[in-house]
Ligand binder design. Sequence first.
Ligand SMILES: NC(=O)C1=CN([C@@H]2O[C@H](COP(=O)(O)OP(=O)(O)OC[C@H]3O[C@@H](n4cnc5c(N)ncnc54)[C@H](O)[C@@H]3O)[C@@H](O)[C@H]2O)C=CC1
Ligand SMILES: O=C(CO)COP(=O)(O)O
Length: 345
Amino acid sequence: MSARRPLPAKVAVLGAGSWGTTFAKVVADAHPDIQVSLWARRAEVAKEINEFHLNSQYLKDIRLPENLAASADLAQVLGGAPLVVLAVPAQSVRAQLKTVKPLLAPGAVVVSLMKGLERGTDARMSQVIREELGLPQDRVAVISGPNLAMEIARREPTASVVACTDLEVAQWIAAVCTAPYFRPYTNTDVVGVEIGGIVKNVIALSVGICDGKHMGDNTKASVITRGLAETTRLALALGGELETMAGLAGLGDLVATCSSPLSRNHTAGRLLGEGLSLDEVNQRMTQTAEGIKSGRAVLDLAAQMGVEMPITEAVVAVLEGHLSVEELAPRLLTRELKSEGEQQQ
Ligand SMILES: NC(=O)C1=CN([C@@H]2O[C@H](COP(=O)(O)OP(=O)(O)OC[C@H]3O[C@@H](n4cnc5c(N)ncnc54)[C@H](O)[C@@H]3O)[C@@H](O)[C@H]2O)C=CC1
Ligand SMILES: O=C(CO)COP(=O)(O)O
């Protein structure tokens, strides 16, 4: 595929939650001549977007561009779209793709915005997409980075990474989503980019728990840094690259998510730290906190790869009720003494 491939006339985005709607806005802002078609599960969400240019449940009073239209009709949204972007909760993707498959335009490229690992299979979203849609690797891409949706919706300058094994495809997608306030970089490390986005959610849960227990910045920085070390071990074991983990999709996203009150994973962790049960947290959360469901899958994948992930292990123990939040903090950094640089151990 050539980097000079023309921009698509239509882009389909599936999932009208906070990130799907915001990403649709990025593309529509970037290219007023592209028709951006957003699939909403609920017809009333599509109606509000079309009639008032708002998605108030997810993006409050942010005004959406005129060239962004929504529909609850998947066939209408997907019809004739050479670029399809997925932004639904990770655990629902496989089921969603079964309805997408017969409606996908021939040759369409599919992009994952999702940051979750599938429970049961431990599959990354790009793997689920390839399996369910039967696509070659050069027709599947991922986008990840320090991308808190609400900040981007407010047009605050943000960078991200588009990854595809075919760099020219990544460059084509980057051209589609380059807006004055959104700067995508490209690389070919799909594994590293996805693992960075998945594991940072689990680390953000642990930082949130520490915040909920009123621990300070030393604790936070220590957990973030050691969290990056264990994320990097897993990414490298799966074939990801060290540079990716030091970049926007690794360190960048980890810092943003672990620091921001906008993060749903950080918020869920903080509520646990403040003493709420997991059931109470789940009831309180109105948006997706992927780390809650992905944590177990990350740990299973790490075990298969022979990688130690002590922070993830402690978070999963809390989520599964084997460890109290009081016991979590002391457990986070208490393995046997070793040299800081021992990435593989
Ligand atoms: N919100 C953010 O700042 C960012 C989110 N992401 C990732 O994007 C993905 C989507 O997250 P958000 O848009 O934030 O979630 P959200 O909770 O704001 O919205 C999820 C959307 O999926 C729909 N949905 C829920 N269950 C569904 C199902 N079973 N089948 C089909 N659709 C369903 C909801 O109606 C909603 O439109 C997640 O993997 C998240 O980690 C990535 C970067 C930034
Ligand atoms: O992925 C995100 C920021 O890059 C959003 O994080 P949360 O899903 O925790 O809100």
